[in-house]
Ligand binder design. Structure first.
Ligand SMILES: [Zn+2]
Length: 951
């Protein structure tokens, strides 16, 4: 057995000594700069990190082979509360935390050190580096760093960033809704949650309907204020309790739950009395424009959602449409609530918007489309609602009812635009804002979070119109892997509003102008890729001296070099080098992360780059991927399947592990780690090692016909691998460059009687090694060296393709030969004959080739045998074979063999393989055209599948 661990260590050491992954600015070379989000360092890296980081390493290795000066730096994230919280829990010797520490191999004596948050960084940063080095990642380790004030240089960089943002009014203080933990008394960002990552506050408008005969206001909450002119009635649930409450200076009728939420949102609330929903039914309410509508029973109104009161817009809300229809078809129900059925019957939906494809009554149409027949079809209803909401938001326009909306002409305007205008007008009319969470959020302290309006928090103004516009501009020019994710990015950029960017507790950088605040972890991690370009050089400067002028020089080229040099106590050349490093490596070429970061980190990454850098320095490509599952199961601590990276080498070998994770999936699918595949692949790599050493440099000098096929196949695979890698389709590439080549080589050796062309075989092995080194670099280096190649394979040249040698027609002939070989074997088995005296192959009659040509064309449009036969019969020459055709053609649909254009051609191919067949079956082979034979067997021959007669 190969000592894979020794091989890994050997090559990691050699790479390190030769510094092959250390990349410096070099104007003469094209460059590629890719990054993986710096991980949070409060535990060892595990298999969950592996997939994403491998997508970066392999992409960079590929680019390096293609001749790019390639940079892959890596830093560590320590900002925020997780480390502090864990340290606290260690201090309290909390059981669960102590067992986590023990499971990481930390001893009782060491434990007390982890009471100090800083120690976590000192401990885990080197451990992370060790583990990632162990995975053979091609990282330039000179550039690694850690965040927070522990690193005063990075601290100065973040302060620069925030002062710049503030100058542009992108960091603002004000009254904003946040996700709030009542126990911690702080806003809770994504990474400080134990549940509800990505959930946020959602803005509703509260609409007030004046109850007839009193000054009380029935208050409903809506996400779709633009539909206000379509209101036909108000819904109240007869079965729930409402309250009459004094809210600031008005009397509101809302659910009790709503009154509690509302009191968290900067309002004074005093409950006067409880009232029953039943008492509201049948009364009338007056809308803002004087129109009077009925209050009807709506059992779907929920007390803890919105206000428990819903206004009804049946034209554009599937829920309202179906609820109204249910009521209109149910006179008994009307009687029950003492409603005048004739009056209910008369209520008609009011068309207000034009929705492409759905006209002016989209709710009705969508209910039909999704099969909603009553309110009981909850799932269908939800789908219809979602579909309409999205469609309406992006595509609907306001109809003529909005020609004069409070003095404004909104007719023909898109909903996206009209929405904000109507909202602003309605706020002037006394409507108010209200916030709900988009989903349940639980803080790390295990308390449920609520939306809350805070007044003294600092925010990133991601709602700023111009800023958003620029962010979109950047997105538009970006390449995304896969492009499917673009819509999600667009949605997020549109929907992001103010983002609370400071915390009172945790590790991090202090807000430069208000040091009671620390910058939170998703806000100090947006442009640090720029910091990588100088992180290994900046330490020459005393951190205490670093100020904005320094960063303005490095990033913008501003300032006077001699005076800067004097100020910072370094040479002009040292400063110039930093400027050049940034200018050369930026823009960032590729950033890759898991799909969960689209909605925060990756969006912020775009926003902050466009805010701080000129267009030519905006990031170019983003890759997004799914979440790792382990042997088909979700990865989780409780399942114990989060394999630490440090175990990979021993359990599977690093090369097999790297290959396995990348072949586990691609695109946005969740990749699966398959342990048994990894173990099997380790063996395969060993066999591959053996194969290369045995076959490299051996073989014949002469050229045989089959060599052309092999060469064509090799170039085709290289070409396909290159395309797949260019699109980060690593799974596809892995299959091609390992299994598909192996299969081809197996066939080639069989066809060459075990004696391949020497030069070609060397080319195959070298090409495969170079491609495989993207995935499994250690063993490839080892073989590369053993077969006598000079230099590292990691810095070799990507194999060159001779496009004109790719000849697809050779594939067809080999395919036919392969099939004939298989068919003969099957026949021999069937008649239980081990050895034949003679085998005759009949090549099909000429008209069948013509038939196949027609069928192949028709099959592009249909797989229906009947229609195919109809098409075929349109051809005069086919009519006389009608009977034959209708007998065998249906069997062929969808699985036609590869075939050539004529019996002549097929005969020639078989003739070339005659000797091969004779060797394989150790008997004589006769080739006959069916057209020149009277044998009944000959009738069975079809193109690509000669009939076989064994004697
Ligand atoms: Zn909390």
């Amino acid at each position: 057995m190969l000592d894979t661990q020794a091989i890994e260590k050997k090559w990691q050491k050699r790479w390190d000594e030769a510094k092959i992954f250390e990349a410096d600015a070099d104007k003469k070379k094209k460059k590629f700069f890719g990054t993986f989000p710096y991980p949070y360092i409060n535990a060892f890296p595990h298999i969950g990190h592996l997939y994403t980081i491998m997508r970066v390493d392999s992409f960079i290795r590929f680019k390096r082979l293609q001749g790019y000066n390639s940079l892959f730096p890596q830093g560590w994230h320590a900002t925020g509360s997780p480390i502090i919280t864990s340290a606290k829990r260690v201090k309290e010797r909390e059981k669960k935390q102590v067992s986590i520490m023990k499971s990481m191999g930390i001893t009782e004596e060491e434990l007390s050190k982890f009471e100090k948050p800083e120690y976590w960084i000192d401990y885990f940063a080197p451990e992370f580096e060790k583990d990632l080095r162990g995975m053979g990642l091609s990282i330039d380790w000179r550039r690694n760093f850690v965040t927070t004030s522990i690193n005063p240089h990075y601290d100065a960089f973040i302060k620069w960033q925030f002062r710049k943002l503030k100058e542009k009014n992108y960091v603002v203080k004000g009254k904003f809704p946040v996700v709030w933990c009542p126990k911690c008394n702080t806003a809770v960002s994504d990474h400080s949650r134990s549940k509800g990552e990505g959930e946020t506050t959602q803005e509703y408008v509260l609409l007030k309907h004046k109850l007839e005969g009193s000054g009380d206001l029935l208050v409903s909450a809506t996400l779709r204020i633009e539909t206000i002119l379509g209101i036909t009635n108000v819904w109240a649930n007869p079965d729930i309790k409402y309250v009459r409450a004094k809210v600031n200076n008005e009397i509101w009728i809302i659910s009790k739950e709503a009154s509690e939420k509302i009191s968290e949102q900067d309002r004074k609330v005093e409950i006067i009395e409880n009232i029953s929903g039943k008492d509201l039914i049948g009364k009338k309410a007056q809308e803002f424009n004087g129109k009077k509508v009925l209050i009807l029973p709506g059992v779907f109104c929920v007390a803890d959602k919105g206000t428990g009161i819903v206004h009804s817009v049946p034209s554009d809300s599937p829920d309202d449409w179906i609820a109204l229809r249910d009521l209109q078809e149910n006179p008994t129900m009307c009687e029950k609530y003492r409603l005048d059925y004739r009056e209910i019957e008369k209520i008609r939906a009011i068309p207000i918007l034009d929705t492409p494809g759905y006209g002016d009554m989209p709710a009705m149409k969508l209910c039909e489309e999704y099969g909603v027949t009553s309110q009981k079809d909850k799932r269908e209803l939800e789908e219809a609602r979602k579909a309409l909401y999205k469609k309406s938001f992006y595509e609907s326009t306001m109809n003529s009812l909005y020609r004069n909306f409070l003095g404004k002409n909104l007719e023909g305007m898109r909903v996206t635009q009209a929405k904000d205008i109507i909202k602003d007008e309605m706020l002037k009319q006394g409507c108010e804002l209200f916030f709900e969470l988009t989903g349940a959020v639980v803080c790390r302290c295990l308390t449920s979070c609520v939306p809350r309006i805070v007044t003294d928090q600092w925010f990133m103004a991601y709602g700023d119109y111009e800023w958003k516009h620029k962010a979109h501009e950047c997105l538009n020019q970006m390449k995304l892997y896969p492009d499917k994710v673009r819509q999600q990015f667009e949605y997020v950029l549109d929907w992001l509003r103010n983002w609370a960017c400071t915390r009172e507790e945790g590790l991090g950088t202090k807000l430069p102008w208000d040091d009671k605040w620390l910058i939170e972890s998703l806000s100090d991690s947006t442009i640090y890729m720029a910091y990588y370009t100088i992180s290994h050089l900046i330490e020459k400067i005393d951190a205490a001296k670093l100020d904005d002028e320094f960063f303005d020089y490095v990033f913008y080229g501003k300032g006077n070099l001699p005076s800067l040099s004097a100020k910072y106590g370094v040479t002009s050349d040292a400063l110039k080098e930093m400027r050049q490093e940034f200018d050369y490596w930026y823009p960032l070429d590729y950033r890759n992360s898991g799909k969960d970061l689209v909605q925060n980190h990756l969006a912020f990454f775009i926003f902050n780059h466009v805010a701080l850098f000129p267009k030519e320095k905006w990031p170019k490509e983003i890759g997004v991927n799914g979440w790792v599952t382990v042997d088909g199961q979700k990865m989780s601590k409780s399942l114990g399947n989060m394999i630490p990276l440090r175990d990979m080498s021993e359990k599977f070998s690093v090369d097999a592990a790297r290959f396995t994770i990348l072949s586990g999936g691609e695109g946005l699918d969740d990749p699966n780690w398959d342990s048994s595949f990894a173990s099997a692949f380790r063996q395969k790599l060993e066999q591959f090692h053996e194969f290369c050493l045995e076959n490299y440099g051996k073989g014949r000098d002469a050229h045989h016909e089959i060599d052309a096929w092999m060469e064509s196949k090799l170039y085709q695979i290289i070409y396909d691998v290159e395309n797949a890698l260019n699109e980060t389709m690593f799974r596809t590439a892995s299959q091609l460059l390992f299994f598909e080549i192996q299969q081809a080589v197996k066939w080639y050796l069989k066809r060459s009687n075990g004696e391949p062309n020497k030069v070609l075989m060397m080319k195959i092995i070298e090409s495969q090694l170079i491609m495989l080194s993207v995935f499994s670099p250690h063993i490839c280096e080892e073989i590369w060296e053993k077969i006598g190649k000079k230099g590292f394979i990691s810095t070799a040249d990507w194999p060159k393709i001779e496009v004109k040698k790719i000849r697809k027609e050779l594939d067809v002939s080999e395919e036919i030969i392969k099939n004939v070989l298989g068919d003969i074997s099957s026949v021999l088995k069937l008649i239980k004959k081990e050895k034949a005296e003679k085998i005759t192959l009949f090549v099909a009659r000429p008209w069948k080739y013509k038939l196949f040509g027609i069928v192949k064309d028709v099959m592009k449009d249909t797989m229906n045998p009947k229609i195919i036969i109809q098409h075929v019969m349109e051809d005069e020459s086919m009519k006389k074979h009608g009977k034959d055709i209708s007998r065998f053609l249906p069997k062929l649909v969808g699985r036609m063999p590869q075939f050539l254009d004529s019996d002549e051609e097929e005969l020639k191919i078989l003739h070339n393989a005659k000797k091969f067949f004779e060797n394989e079956f150790n008997c004589s082979i006769e080739l006959i055209k069916a057209s020149s034979s009277g044998h009944t067997k000959a009738l069975a021959a079809i193109p690509g599948k000669p009939a076989i007669l064994v004697e």
